[in-house]
Design a protein around this ligand. Structure first.
Ligand SMILES: NC(=O)C1=CN([C@@H]2O[C@H](COP(=O)(O)OP(=O)(O)OC[C@H]3O[C@@H](n4cnc5c(N)ncnc54)[C@H](OP(=O)(O)O)[C@@H]3O)[C@@H](O)[C@H]2O)C=CC1
Ligand SMILES: O=C1O[C@H](COP(=O)(O)O)[C@@H](O)[C@H](O)[C@H]1O
Length: 491
């Protein structure tokens, strides 16, 4: 999809913030290194600090040195990149101050203005107003919105409505960084480029699907943001539902924005609502207490820096989701995500139905099911678990579960796996919306999440405790055990 560089002025609002320094500026540097930024493209950083472009460049270099942990900054690449960096000191609430941006960004010069809003969402409407005052909302201008897009359906609709007063939907790029991950995109290749999978991808052959996004980190100094959000809104509403949509959607007619979005949306529309009737059976909430992660002692959620004494916010969620359509009838999707888990692991596990009859071994009443494991991070790859005959001459055939393991690092030697933000920035620069989330998708996802939150509130229970360094509360095991299944916890 991405071929040559397009010329743009990338206006980076919140350029001195954590996201910009840690992710966005290193990603732009990598694009420069790969020759994917147009020679005349510019990055116009906007923030409140009273500094000039030269001091800004020094700050960007310091951020690259700090956050690019896998490689050193290359002098030649840096000098090309530095030339592209410009700084505007603007208080975003002062509409007259936007003129400083207009003094640099002049669409008539042939660069597409792309405003990346890496600021708190409360500022989005004001920034759009400011951009409008200097003519930077008119086609072909684009706007990139960071998450969180609201905290529930009404607030999300309000943000989308405010932005829509200035930008047409075709100009809006809503980020979900999971859609920029190499392995998340590989889900499309795996499903639609391999008939052994595409022909079996339904309720006839699949028993159930698990999606796990386990993190070792806690709340990383963001207690107060996180306590307002919780794991359901921070991870499930966006990342897990996007992965679920890609796994469950019908084949799009073409690999383009309209068709992919349409198919993902149908999945979100088909999610069975969680209500007071099924919330107890189909969901589990947890909150971590002190424990050990990777051999280090870590505090409990309520002992983290900035924590209050009490909180009913969940740091772990496990859910049984049902997609009420023809393809997935009777196939549960188990979703699980949490902070302070034993390891960082994001994976999708497809468990196929068992063989109806075992002709091999009298003592083994049932053969284990085949499983397809798609490892999204950190050890990217695809694994197929299957039965094989153990070599030997014995009278009885002996079978053993074996694994066909395709590690991306080994298979695609020397191929650097680009960070999600590199891909997303590039796609936004090229004007490709297919890896960005539509307004309708965001709103349907919120509708489902709001239902779960309302049912939790009706239930009135506190999250169950789990010790940091474990796979969540025992109830998470029960969620599957009650269906005669278990989580894929093999390392
Ligand atoms: N950090 C992360 O990893 C992630 C962040 N996000 C989202 O991205 C957004 C930014 O996050 P993050 O970088 O962590 O936040 P920070 O608080 O670190 O940065 C916010 C930036 O916005 C600027 N800002 C705030 N108010 C104004 C104003 N009135 N005028 C000018 N600039 C202003 C701040 O400038 P100043 O320094 O002057 O205050 C700062 O540069 C948030 O919505 C967050 O939820 C999403 C995913 C991950
Ligand atoms: O959006 C978010 O994602 C991160 C997890 O991202 P990953 O790429 O490391 O899997 C999560 O830690 C954070 O709380 C959330 O806001």
């Amino acid at each position: 999809m991405t071929t040559s560089a397009a010329c743009c002025d990338l206006i980076l609002f919140g350029t001195l913030g954590d996201l910009a320094r840690r992710k966005l500026l290193p990603a732009l540097y990598q694009l420069e290194k790969s020759g994917l930024l147009h020679a005349n493209a510019r990055v116009v950083g906007v923030a409140r600090d009273d500094i000039d472009t030269s001091a800004y460049r020094e700050q960007v270099l310091a951020s690259l040195n700090k956050f690019m942990t896998k490689e050193a900054v290359d002098d030649e690449v840096w000098s090309r990149f530095a030339e592209k960096l410009h700084y505007c000191n603007v208080d975003l609430k002062d509409i007259a101050a936007y003129q400083t941006i207009a003094d640099i960004v002049k669409p008539a010069e042939g660069r597409t203005p792309i405003s990346y809003l890496a600021t708190p969402p409360q500022l989005f409407s004001t920034i759009c107003d400011g951009l409008s005052s200097i003519g930077l909302t008119k086609q072909p201008a684009r706007v990139v919105l960071e998450k969180p897009l609201g905290e529930d359906l009404p607030s999300s609709c309000a943000i989308n409505k405010q932005v829509a007063e200035y930008f047409d939907e075709s100009q809006v790029y809503r980020i979900d960084h999971y859609l920029g991950k190499e392995t998340v995109l590989n889900l499309l290749a795996l499903r639609f480029a391999n008939s052994i999978f595409s022909d079996q991808w339904n309720h006839n052959t699949i028993d159930h699907i698990q999606i796990t996004a386990a993190e070792q980190v806690g709340v990383e100094g963001r207690w107060s943001y996180y306590d307002d959000a919780g794991q359901l809104r921070d991870m499930v509403q966006n990342h897990l539902l996007q992965v679920l949509s890609l796994i469950a959607m019908e084949p799009p007619t073409r690999l383009d924005t309209e068709n992919i979005r349409e198919e993902k949306l149908k999945v979100l529309r088909s999610l069975r609502p969680v209500t007071a009737d099924n919330v107890q059976d189909d969901t589990v909430r947890g909150q971590y207490t002190a424990g050990f992660v990777a051999d280090s002692k870590v505090p409990g959620y309520l002992e983290e820096e900035g924590a209050r004494k009490e909180s009913s916010t969940e740091t772990f969620v496990a859910l049984k989701a049902h997609i009420d359509n023809w393809r997935w009838s009777g196939v549960p999707f188990y979703l699980r995500t949490g902070k302070r888990m034993p390891e960082k692991r994001t994976e999708v596990v497809i468990t196929f139905k068992r063989q109806p009859h075992n002709i091999f071994h009298e003592s083994l009443s049932q053969l284990p099911p085949n499983r397809l494991i798609i490892r999204l991070q950190p050890d990217e790859g695809v694994e197929i678990q299957m039965m094989n005959k153990v070599p030997g001459l014995g009278k009885q055939m002996q079978l053993k579960p074996t694994t066909l393991d395709l590690s991306f690092y080994e298979t695609f030697e020397n191929k650097r796996i680009a960070d999600a933000y590199e891909r997303l920035l590039l796609e936004a620069i090229q004007g490709n919306q297919y890896l960005f989330v539509s307004r309708e998708e965001v709103e349907h996802a919120w509708r489902w999440i709001d239902g779960i939150r309302a049912a939790w509130s009706h239930l009135g229970e506190l999250p169950k405790s789990y010790q940091a360094g474990t796979w969540g509360p025992v109830a998470s095991v029960t969620l599957l055990a009650q269906d005669g299944r278990e989580w894929d916890d093999d390392a």
